[in-house]
Design a protein around this ligand. Structure first.
Ligand code: ATP
Ligand code: MG
Length: 388
């Protein structure tokens, strides 16, 4: 009777011919997440992935594995051979454990016979095992509709008995859907945007704009802290830090004050696109949410978008602030995001920003600027950090 962890896959299971590739990617990320805890073996068996490790490590492993995208739930299992008496013992052990831990009064057995060579059909086997449980624990009763616990029996090459299903985030393994460059500010929204795209399988790099020495080094540290929290889900993040101060000064000197925000936003997008092209990244990601602030009107977003050709993913576009905050709290970026440090956008904040910019006006204002020169300069002097 061994204890193992089982991992169920979500959408990956639908991927048909690509299934093996998705599974292998998932296993790669699972290994990365738990390698320092030490495990014996990770193997696949008929649609699930199993981990052999010391039971004392299980809760720590589950905590880490929950954050690996592509995984829907994790269960601590008892693994036995296809011997009815041994299966009985394992089921009783699992039930005893549930009585002690969760004080269950009712149960239901759910058998899944993937190995059709096993001689007893699933419903019959569930009934048979239910009978054994009732005889041993006469304080328990069966409730087929709303049991306190389900006891699952998966009959495959081995037989797995489990009761708990600990939820993961689902989604797809990182790297199975290309690479994205996240415009990461110190705010609440952009880390959440990065999380959501990573959950869809996008490998994340990040670019942050600062206005040093107008903004402090501590403000930059905060953004690195955010990237570090994100990396618990995404794995290693390459972060580009770009000083925007020169560009902001140029805009300030040569363009209408009310266009400051939208003009610097267009530079952020262009610089990000420049980095993405060099690093062969496929898309930009921002934390914009329609109507949330003056620059996120439909006109503002259109004009920002028009500065680049790469697709821009805005996973928060239709979310309310409270929903975004809820995710930020869940993924543990909220507290760091709300630390009070200045952002580069606040340095030259216009008193009355345009809320409905017109692309013709903005392009006209930009004629006063040497755009390519400013972008090249900014990219040349950027610093690159690897966040783990
Ligand atoms: P956030 O909470 O992510 O800062 P926000 O509500 O403050 O967003 P804006 O300031 O309008 O909204 O920024 C919109 C998006 O532009 C951000 O979500 C982020 O993707 C990008 N962005 C803004 N400032 C920066 C910055 N200093 N560095 C990198 N990206 C930025
Ligand atoms: Mg912000």
């Amino acid at each position: 009777m061994d204890k193992v962890l089982s991992v169920s896959l979500g959408e990956i299971a639908l991927k048909g011919l690509n299934r093996k590739y998705f599974e292998d990617q998932l296993i790669k990320h699972m290994r990365r997440a738990i390698k320092d805890l030490g495990f014996e073996k990770i193997y696949k068996e008929q649609g699930k992935i199993y981990i052999e490790a010391e039971e004392t490590k299980f809760s720590q492993m589950i905590n880490r594995l929950r954050k690996v995208f592509g995984l829907v739930y994790i269960s601590p299992c008892i693994r036995v051979g296809k011997d009815v008496e041994v299966i009985e013992k394992a089921v009783l052990k699992m039930v005893k454990c549930k009585i002690e831990k969760d004080k269950i009064k009712t149960f239901k057995i759910d058998t899944n016979r993937a190995d059709k060579n096993f001689p007893i059909k699933s419903p019959d086997f569930s009934r048979q095992m239910g009978g054994v449980v009732l005889k041993t624990f006469n304080e328990l009763s069966v409730d087929v509709h709303n049991p306190d616990t389900l006891i699952y029996i998966d009959i495959k090459q081995n037989v797995y008995i489990y009761a708990d299903k600990i939820k993961g985030y689902g989604g797809m393994p990182i790297g199975t859907n290309g690479k994205g460059l996240l415009l990461l500010s110190g705010g609440i929204d952009s880390p959440v945007a990065g999380f959501l795209m990573a959950k869809r399988g996008v490998e994340i790099s990040a670019v942050h704009y600062h206005s040093y020495p107008f903004t402090s080094e501590r403000a930059e540290e905060k953004v690195k802290d955010l990237a570090s929290i994100l990396s618990r889900y995404t794995g290693k993040i390459t972060m580009y830090s770009v000083n925007l101060l020169n560009i902001q000064k140029e805009i300030n000197a040569k363009c209408p004050e009310k266009e400051m925000t939208i003009l610097s936003r267009r530079f952020m997008m262009r610089i990000a696109e420049g980095i993405a092209e060099k690093q062969k990244l496929n898309a930009l990601i921002t934390g914009e949410s329609l109507g949330q602030v003056a620059s996120q009107t439909i006109e503002g977003i259109s004009v920002t978008n028009a500065a680049v050709k790469l697709p821009v993913f805005r996973p928060l576009i239709g979310l309310d602030k409270i929903d975004i905050i809820e995710i930020a709290k869940d993924i543990e970026t909220f507290e760091t995001s709300t630390l009070p440090f200045e952002d580069c956008c606040t340095v030259f904040l216009p008193k009355h920003p345009v809320t409905k910019p017109k692309i013709e006006d903005i392009e006209k204002s930009e004629e006063a600027l040497d755009i390519n020169y400013l972008i090249d300069k900014a990219i040349e002097s950027m610093t690159i950090t690897t966040i783990e």
